[in-house]
Ligand binder design. Sequence first.
Ligand code: PMP
Length: 449
Amino acid sequence: MEASKSRLLHRSLREAPPKAVGGDGVWLIAEDGRRILDASGGAAVSCLGHQHPRVLEAITRQASKLAFAHTGFFSSEPAEALAEALVGDEPGGLAYAYLVSGGSEAIEASIKLARQYFAESGQPQRHRFIARRQSYHGNTLGALAAGGNAWRREPYAPLLSAAFSHVTPAFAYHEKRDSESETDFVTRLAAELEAEFQRLGPDTVAAFIAEPVVGATAGCVPAPEGYFRAVREICNRHGALLILDEVMCGMGRTGTRHAWEQEGVAPDIQAIAKGLGGGYQPIGAMLAGGRIIDAIRQGSGAFQHGHTYLAHPLACAAALEVQRVIDDEHLLDRIQDLGRQLERRLTERFGNHRHVGDIRGRGLFQAIELVADRASRTPFDPALKLHQRIKAAALEGGLACYPSGGTLDGRSGDHVLLAPPYIATSDDIDMIVDRLGHAVDLALKSVGH
Ligand code: PMP
């Protein structure tokens, strides 16, 4: 399809993407009838694959009863049930769910809740946030300011808020010095965060925001052991909140429902989206600690925020069913098994590849990073747009994966993120790695390697 004939404003204004017209489990079906193995669910969205009959049924059932009721007037059955399913057992002290339409909205709500909490607890001066360079927390202007991803920020600079500052990410492959142990690296990052609190004035900081496993901007980067415990301790000591963005890495993706369970810390506020609704409906959520909500209950008595489509009944019904399928089919165990297989197969295929510098991730959230030179970890020239070549070669070969360019001021390279559906089979995992290997080699060949 020619972009010039499409009235739909696509990201690229030169070229429209092919149309997807159907789905079938791990497969996407393109307009020309080709079946494409969906190895990334877009950006880690389609956790149950496509057209899951139970989720479709749940949406239809809810639609036939009540499609919409404004939260300014009513609550709804699916919204109450979803909140109960998410925080009924108060994981890590998270006791309330605020249901929005996606990840950026969940982050905006998190930032505003943190601000309102301090405003109503006698600390209105706490209006600053610390996040990490290269991070991505969404594309609305507040979330964009929280993120530290230079190329996403640049076109909109100066951003609306000066409240956000950024520290070094826990990205061992690029940020850990060769002379440092992992523990030394964590100690250095913790010292930098402490120094940033001191520079800003510790009692002006509302929260530190980070993804437990970094998704889109760096490609499935888990933090080194002990990092989040150190971060938690610093936030506690200064009375600041910890906001964890699990929009991409949460809801089972890394093998536990929340990625923070593997870090031994819990956040005060958490954002989730993508795998929450599995793409069946647009939905995200902010999960909030009981003490935060209690403070506001005793203060103004209302969270001063809202959108028309909060807790949309169809979205809640879909998300509830996605979570029930994950529980009923014991998919967390499956994610761990398949994740080990994916990691092993990636290591077999790319471990000795001269242009793959790093293989990393957790569970069904794994990435490879491409480098021009392994020894010096030098990325390919961004002008080659290697990630776009890999994406095109993969699609041509019947694979949808999620390649992106480097983000750390030119130091990190192109990477390919994989986030297969939790319902994938062992054969699907093998096929993903085979097809990816082929696409990477074809793309490298096209730039003379
Ligand atoms: N945070 C993270 C970590 C994300 O990966 C994304 C989306 N890629 C967002 C926030 C924003 O979510 P959405 O696109 O649903 O607004």
